[in-house]
Design a protein around this ligand. Sequence first.
Ligand SMILES: [Cu+2]
Length: 386
Amino acid sequence: MRPSFSLAAATAFLFSHAATAQPVIEDLEIVGKPTPGGIGFQPAVTSIADDVHWLDGMLLVIITAISLFVIALMLIVAVKYNARRRHEPKDFTHNTPIEIAWTIVPIVILIFIGAFSLPVLFNQQEIPEADVTVKATGFQWYWGYEYPDHDFSFDSYMIGSPATGGDNRLTPEVIEQLQEAGYSEDEFKLATDTAMVVPVDSTIVVQVTGADVIHSWTIPAFGVKQDGVPGRLAELWFEAEREGIYFGQCSELCGIAHAYMPITVKVVSQEAYEEWLDGAIDTYGGTPREASMAQQADGTEASQTDEAEVSPVDATEGEASEEAAPSDSDAEAAPADEGSAAGAEAAPEEEAGSDEGSEADQAETAPAQDAAEEDVPAARINPDAN
Ligand SMILES: [Cu+2]
């Protein structure tokens, strides 16, 4: 958490210069971007976007049927009961059965729509346990991203914005910058100098807030959109099924450069994500992965020097005393689950505890990671553990 906005501005200034050092991820297909003249949706790459598109299709059928029905009635009335054909109008005023029908039928239609749309809405709003948590903060006029599990953050400026040396216009220099970053001229006003990077097929929870005015974070291909309101921390979640680059734009009118604070998300393989994460931790001065995992599992305010020495036994005992027994037994009894598999893969790359880094230590970080997974909500609530 940032203690004050002036500090945020200072870090923003510092990071704006470090930003170009963000590890580059190459060979990613651009999947989620608007197309000129397009009238449909961008491809759906999350279950949420699938649901939204399906719901949209279903509603289109219903409103088409209603529209055709009403147009047909109006045509019948216009043709059959016009003044030329019937000079003597009827003088009745009420028709109880029809009035009941036109009250009941819309209610039934709305209940039918609600029965399908509310589950979709609840699915979006019930935030699952995160594999990766990212905090997105809207600033005038750029987005800042923080990875609270690893204590680093960076800012993300549109390529061609003043922060990158431009003036929000497409110039030959900006085209060059775009190409250097792996984009084309087409992606001007969409591509940013740094991107939010997340692993594919993982549950990503994005905490959205605003630092000055209300902004809105969205990636159309993910089917997510959330206002970032100053003083509030809203959440959205998604699980992207396809690797690639996805673009979004601030979706709440936030001032003069509202159009120049796009959002770029790169969805990459788990391996590429971990590689990027290590590089980003290096670049932005975050807490190394293994150390922060052990620290979360322990749940105490371990200092940097103590982190490498946190024993896995302590970690699980600490968990047991704080939490109900089942989560502890889960943590110990599931060495074959995804978390420990990731731990086993991650172990050889371990740099953090290099002074302590015997093979036994590395093998034992796996249970601690499991425990850390159990503990994610607590870690989210208290990201400033150190
Ligand atoms: Cu904005």
